[in-house]
Design a protein around this ligand. Structure first.
Ligand code: HDD
Length: 711
């Protein structure tokens, strides 16, 4: 690397990581084919043989190189979080956090620190589906001027277990069963629930896992949580406990279970495609970084232990302060080089951020480095371009597999006089571990303060809206309903009776178990509004609308709606029986985006049916179109129709459920998230109402009607 490049790489600005990567980027278009030794290749389609029908010759070095490279082009997938998707971006602080931390990237609001984020699912293999019920990983690498800082977070704020020594157990239990490797990417099987009923500390996390949080609508619409308790250290050496949060500006939104399952088949790449496309369109996802901070003296002020990773710090008690914003604005050039090879580690901290004695965190600090050694094949993985800090590296570490750096000089030890003891430690600026006082006997025991496993699970349950509660019950019915062992099912009912009596009764009813005999619950009656997705930001930007269309459509309808959608940042796509061009009543032409084979209602947030007698007549005869509407209705999505379009809705299964009066009246009618208007040319009021309904994400008021819809 020449000096100029080196300088560029080390000066911190929004683009400094990108410039560092530029050095390694190669394009192959309009280039001549060579071997890895840069020798020109004359033919890459026929191996060198002894006679045209004879055996291949050993001396064919091009053949051997090509096959050998291919044979070795897989590395072990991550033991957890194998399926993921990475993107570039930057972080900018809102204000100096100097009072609380000396972390450089949190000092100056004019500085843009480059980041790389990898979103993931936990359980499934690299090729599994995106929309499975699972925790989502949300790992961020900040390339700061003081070195790399990794915030290795999840979209659920608590964890299954309290002590890292149980991590292999919980992962073995939830992964596919070892004898037959079934099921893929799912907790719905005996070994996992066997572990759960034998491990009461999982109760709180299970409530989250079975809630809508575990089936997000988009990586762009979920929160992130550092889970573990960390410390902020300021330049006077004062420490405070801290928990980290990411708050998505688009709000927190989820799929429904039936939709998530169907998407897993129809578009297993749903989440990565959503993120890839949003960034390519310039709709950059944004998340605010939030912190909850506690003074050291407050450590014992709560009815939970602040070091217990199965507990949240309720936001109403300890507010989240939003201290900066991350913008994700760049897709990768190469999935393997960047997303697969990126290596996160909660132990990658910078001065100003330190650890706590959270026993889960303590174990994590060992596991991540260890796993990279096997996954990336040795101790030099920090030299892989995506992992390189933008700040310079100088130390006496040498050699090992895949060493790229050419370290000059004879000195690779310390202390030394030959090099003036360089590279020198810097007591003033270097990382100093917080001098926490610790004393105690060596003991394998859980603290009594970690022993309540149910109160916050009740708090979570109390905080859910009716629809969210219903989803959790249905999730129990699916998950525990998939368990074969009757004893385990019964123990699930009994275990969750500790959380809430009604919940346990309802679980029992769906899984063929006996309702609990003892009264249930913890006595907790409070709730935390921050836990419910009902209270999140409602924003229609980037939502996708399907427009069902055939020849003979009313152009005036569709053009007005499309314009309004675009003006509000929504996406519209025309769906029809065949791809190609459709013609309106007055000859206007529109191109079809997808047909019923290449898409489905599950890939949209809303459906619109414009008028046009002939278009509607054709649609009425199409089972696919009617199914599209029924399914969207069942999934609680916004549906809109104008003029003759209303007749199509009246022909669908939602007629009689949510269409009162629409066959006779001419004014705007909204019922259960279905909006219609007839006999009008100006449909501006319709468009506004349609967008307003889409911004509400889903219409749970239909919850009890969905059984009636055949889709
Ligand atoms: Fe972990 C990966 C998040 C507990 C051991 N973890 C991994 C990733 C995320 C998390 C987002 C994927 C990183 C990437 O995209 O490459 N893990 C968490 C959170 C936890 C947690 C939020 C609870 C606070 N993890 C946890 C424990 C252990 C591990 C208790 C072991 C003691 N995690 C790993 C690992 C992985 C990993 C085996 C697999 C691949 C990797 O590290 O790089 O080391």
């Amino acid at each position: 690397m020449d000096k100029e490049k080196q300088q560029q790489q080390f000066s911190l600005h929004e683009n400094s990581k990108n410039e560092g990567l530029e050095f390694f980027r190669v394009s192959h278009g309009e280039k001549l084919l060579t071997t890895n030794q840069a020798v020109g290749v004359s033919n890459t389609d026929d191996s060198l043989k002894a006679g045209v029908r004879g055996p291949t010759l050993m001396e064919d070095f091009h053949f051997r190189e090509k096959l050998t490279h291919f044979d070795h082009e897989r590395i072990p997938e991550r033991v957890v979080h194998a399926r993921g998707f990475g993107v570039h971006g930057y972080f900018q602080a809102y204000e100096s956090m100097n009072e609380f931390t000396k972390a450089k990237f949190l000092q100056d609001p004019t500085v843009k620190t480059p980041v790389f984020v990898r979103f993931s699912t936990v359980v499934g293999s690299r090729g599994s589906a995106d929309t499975v019920r699972d925790v989502r990983g949300f790992a961020t690498k900040f390339y700061t001027e003081d070195g790399n800082y990794d915030l290795v977070a999840n979209n659920i704020p608590v964890f299954f277990i309290q002590d890292a020594i149980k991590f292999p157990d919980v992962v073995h239990a939830i992964k596919p069963e070892p004898h037959n490797e079934i099921p893929q990417a799912s907790a719905a099987h005996d070994t996992f629930w066997d572990f759960v009923v034998n491990t009461p500390e999982t109760a709180h996390m299970i409530m989250w896992l079975l809630s809508d949080r575990a089936i997000p609508r988009s990586f762009r619409m979920m929160e992130g949580f550092g889970v573990n308790t960390f410390r902020f250290i300021n330049d006077q050496g004062k420490a405070r406990f801290v928990k980290f949060h990411w708050k998505p500006l688009l709000g927190i939104h989820s799929l429904v279970w039936d939709e998530a399952q169907k998407l897993a088949g129809k578009d297993p790449d749903y989440h990565r495609r959503d993120l890839w496309e949003a960034i390519n369109m310039g709709e950059y996802p944004e998340y605010e970084l939030g912190v909850q901070m506690l003074e050291e003296e407050e450590e014992f002020s709560f009815d939970f232990d602040i070091l217990d990773p199965t507990k949240i710090w309720p936001e109403e008690i300890i507010p989240v302060r939003r201290i900066g914003k991350m913008t994700l604005n760049g897709n990768v050039d190469n999935f393997f080089a960047e997303t697969e090879q990126v290596a996160f580690h909660p132990g990658h901290v910078v001065p100003g951020i330190d650890f706590s004695n959270d026993p889960l965190l303590q174990g994590r600090l060992f596991s991540y480095l260890d796993t990279q050694l096997i996954r990336l094949g040795g101790p030099n993985f920090h030299e892989i371009p995506i992992n390189r800090p933008v700040a310079p590296i100088h130390n006496n570490q040498r050699d090992g597999y895949h060493r790229m750096t050419i370290d000059r000089g004879s000195v690779s030890y310390s202390p030394n006089t030959l090099q003036g003891n360089a590279p020198l430690p810097t007591p003033e600026n270097g990382y100093v571990h917080y001098t926490e006082k610790v004393e105690g006997q060596k003991i394998r025991q859980r603290s009594d303060s970690f022993m309540d496993h149910y109160k916050q699970a009740t708090l979570f349950w109390n905080s859910m809206s009716n629809a969210e509660k219903q989803h959790i019950i249905e999730a129990f019915h699916f998950e525990v309903g998939s368990v074969m062992d009757k004893g385990i099912k019964q123990r699930v009912v009994d275990m969750f009776n500790n959380v809430d009596g009604q919940l346990a009764i309802q679980i029992a009813a769906g899984v063929g178990a006996t309702p609990p005999s003892a009264p249930g619950g913890t006595g907790v009656t409070t709730s935390s509004p921050a836990l419910s997705q009902e209270n999140t930001v409602m924003n229609p930007r980037t939502r996708k609308v399907a427009i069902l269309l055939e020849n003979g459509f009313n152009y005036q309808d569709i053009s007005q709606v499309m314009e309004a959608l675009k003006a509000n940042g929504l996406q519209a796509e025309i769906v029809s029986k065949n791809l190609g061009i459709l013609t309106g009543i007055e000859g206007q032409q529109l191109e079809v985006g997808k047909n019923y084979l290449t898409t489905a209602s599950i890939k949209y947030d809303a459906v619109y049916i414009p008028g046009g007698q002939q278009s509607i007549k054709t649609l009425m005869l199409q089972g696919d179109a009617l199914h599209f509407i029924n399914e969207a209705f069942k999934h609680a999505k916004t549906i809109g129709a104008t003029n003759e379009g209303v007749d199509l809705l009246l022909n669908s299964a939602i007629q009689g459920v949510a269409m009162a009066g629409t066959d006779t009246q001419d004014q705007l009618i909204t019922e259960m998230g279905v909006v219609t208007i007839r006999n009008v040319t100006d449909i501006n009021t319709f468009s506004q109402e349609f967008i307003n309904l889409i911004s509400q994400h889903r219409h749970w008021i239909r919850q009890n009607k969905k059984q009636m819809i055949p889709a």
